[in-house]
Design a protein around this ligand. Structure first.
Ligand SMILES: Cc1ncc(COP(=O)(O)O)c(C=O)c1O
Length: 308
């Protein structure tokens, strides 16, 4: 039920290759929009059509599952979830996860829950729930159709180590394992040893969360007078709306203040109801506290000049 992987990026990609049946009439892979780029590439290279579920301010920055037509659920072979979300920081609750597990059963698809931000959250007493937790609470000890992805990259600030794991439905993991024997390789022993230490220690993870809280408080205090922005439920991004087009905002901010943010439209696709990333930027609070404060001051100066 558990397999180590050399980072979750490769695993998120490989899972689609292992489980999508490209001989189906219309294989579809559903994912949030905006999204972590790997989901889309994985779907396309597995021969499936990516279907984008917009997460907007109106939907509380959650995918609106109610708007998915029955026929699309019927064609769905794989659903990517990202909770806590990159870039929105929103969290799917247990009832929603359980509803999705029921939908997966009814329409015969697999849920790939990317939970790599699950240990960066604001309320120490309320960690984000996970898909396997939701399945277990329904009495599903076999975690049928459910697979989760966890990483040391965020919780332990170890993106360079390339270490994570995949856990869930043993039948799905069997197919994934077989696929992985061709493109992946075993985790090097030194990485295994370092990973074991990192997973066993929670003190640095709590300290890390506390540091993010300090950064979110300091940065949002500086920015709130000029922009509508609030600390997220989880994750380490701010996802504010921009007063001008997101690409212009990012380019101007870099040119004038030497601060890099990611235009939201680079993280999302156009849909019939627009591009949900447009006029947003993603600000990653991964730099040291002092640098985040300095960046926030510069962003504020920049916005004040735009608004003047
Ligand atoms: C949503 C999401 N999933 C997965 C990853 C991949 O992380 P890693 O491959 O380092 O485990 C990232 C990295 O930025 C991410 O933002």
């Amino acid at each position: 039920m558990v397999l180590p992987v050399n980072g979750t990026r490769e695993a998120l990609f490989a899972l689609a290759q292992a489980v999508v049946d490209r001989s189906a009439a219309r294989p579809r892979v559903l994912m949030p929009n905006p999204f972590y780029q790997i989901y889309e590439g994985a779907a396309l290279l597995a021969g499936a059509e990516p279907v984008f579920l917009n997460t907007t301010r109106d939907s509380g920055y959650l995918p609106d599952f109610d708007r998915v037509p029955e026929t699309v659920w019927d064609d769905c072979q794989l659903l990517y979830l990202c909770s806590p979300g990159n870039p929105t920081g929103t969290v799917l609750d247990i009832p929603t996860l359980q509803r999705l597990i029921e939908l997966a059963e009814r329409h015969d698809f697999i849920i790939a829950a990317d939970e790599c931000y699950s240990e960066i959250y604001s309320d120490e007493t309320a960690p984000p729930p996970g898909l396997l937790q939701a399945a277990a609470a329904m009495g599903r000890a076999d975690y049928r159709r459910c697979v989760v992805f966890h990483s040391l990259s965020k919780r332990s600030n170890l993106p360079g180590l390339r270490s994570g794991f995949v856990a869930g439905d043993p039948q799905v993991l069997q197919a994934f394992f077989r696929y992985r024997t061709y493109h992946g390789c075993a985790m090097p022993p030194a990485t295994q040893a370092a990973s074991r230490l990192a997973w066993q220690d929670e003190v640095h993870v709590r300290d890390n969360r506390e540091l993010y809280r300090q950064k979110f408080t300091a940065v949002t205090d500086i920015l709130q007078p000029v922009i509508d922005v609030a600390p997220p439920q989880a994750g380490f991004y701010l996802w504010p709306r921009t007063p001008i087009a997101d690409t212009d905002f990012a380019r101007g901010l870099f040119a004038e203040e030497h601060v890099t943010v990611l235009p939201g439209s680079f993280l999302s696709r156009d849909t019939d109801s627009g591009n949900p990333g447009a006029d947003h930027v993603r600000m990653a609070l991964v730099a040291p506290l002092e640098d985040c404060i300095e960046a926030a001051r510069r962003i504020r100066n920049y916005i004040e000049r735009i608004n003047a």
